[in-house]
Structure formats: C-alpha cells, structure tokens
Design a protein around this ligand. Structure first.
Ligand code: HEC
Length: 158
C-alpha cells in the first residue's frame, strides 16, 4: 500500500514537471524573436527605413490639394535647409529624391528622423556628408504624405 502511494506520488511529480516545461518555453520564445527583429528590422533591408510608415500607396494623377498643403509646410519648416534643385544647403537638395528613395523611406525620414539617423545606413551616410543632424520638425504622418506629393510634383510627375 505504501508503495502504491509512493508510485502515485511519483506520477504526479513527473506529470507536473513535464507539463510545466513546454509552457515556459512558449512564453520565452516570442520575446526572443521580437528583440532580434528589432535589431535588424526588415523594413531597413527593403529600403523603407524605420518608423510608423510601413506601406504607402501612390496615386496618379497627383493630388493637387496635397501638393498645396505640402508646399506650405515646406516653406514654413523645410526651406531653410532644403532647396528644390539638386544643390545642398544644410541638407540635400530635393531634386530627384522620389526616384532615389522609396516613399516609405522619405516619410519615415520626415516623421522619425532620430531613429532613422541611429539605425538606417542610408540616413547615416547623409549625416556623414552633411555633418548636421536634421532636427525633428514634429511633422505628422499626414503632413509628411502631403510633402511627398509636393516632392513628386517637383520631380516632374503629373
Ligand atoms: C536645420 C536644417 C533642416 C531642416 C529645417 C530640415 N531638414 Fe531635412 N535634412 C537636413 C539634413 C542635414 C539632412 C541630411 C541628414 C542629416 O545629416 O541629418 C536632411 C535630410 C532630409 C531628407 C533625406 C534627403 C535625401 O536626399 O535622401 C529628407 C527627405 C528631409 N530631410 C526632409 C525634410 C523635411 C520634409 C523638412 C521639413 C518638414 C526638413 N527636412 C527640414 C536638415 C534639415
């Protein structure tokens, strides 16, 4: 009788152990995955930069209202450092930017500049050339989309 109780005790012991272990592993795995994804985000590898903007759908013909709003933001917040031709002032001139960069990259650069300069190799190259950090201008994603439309017009899209 004592043996039987002992054996039943052993069974409980082993079954509780074996059911605990996989549960712990399941908890651990997603955290490990997400932290390694943060180290090398796939969006950077795809040339989309890093930030809130994951996917931008471009439409044609261009949206004239967006262009007008984008131009107004440009004149207020960007013109001091960016010209519309190819010449660099403080930052690079914008001519040809929409063929050099993906739309997502441009919008992430505008809305998430600190992290772009920290993590994106293309943004870091610009910083090496310009030797000035572009300041965060507190531009919303919607305003960045308007600026992108203005850039497309500046590059001759219709
Ligand atoms: C104080 C100067 C300054 C202002 C103001 C500024 N930028 Fe910049 N910008 C820079 C610099 C410098 C760079 C190059 C990256 C670096 O060194 O930080 C840059 C880079 C960029 C790039 C990437 C250019 C390329 O050739 O790929 C974009 C896009 C951009 N800025 C958009 C904007 C927008 C939009 C505004 C206005 C809302 C703005 N910037 C305001 C200085 C500025």
């Amino acid at each position: 009788m004592r043996n039987l109780i002992f054996i039943i005790g052993l069974l409980f012991f082993f079954s509780s152990c074996s059911s605990d272990k996989p549960a712990q592993r399941e908890e651990g795995t997603p955290e490990e995955q997400s932290s390694s994804e943060q180290d090398v985000p796939s969006s950077i590898a795809e040339g989309k930069g890093i930030g809130e903007v994951k996917e931008v759908e471009l439409t044609s013909p261009l949206d004239q209202e967006r262009i007008a709003r984008g131009k107004a933001v440009y004149e207020m917040k960007c013109q001091a450092c960016h010209r519309l031709d190819a010449q660099r002032v403080v930052g690079p001139g914008w001519q040809g930017i929409t063929s050099r960069r993906k739309p997502e990259w441009i919008m992430n650069m505008i809305t998430n500049v600190e992290m772009m300069l920290e993590k994106d190799p293309e943004a870091q190259k610009l910083l090496e050339e310009c030797l000035t950090r572009m300041p965060n201008q507190n531009v919303s994603v919607g305003d960045a989309r308007d600026i992108l439309e203005f850039m497309r017009q500046n590059d001759g899209e219709k």
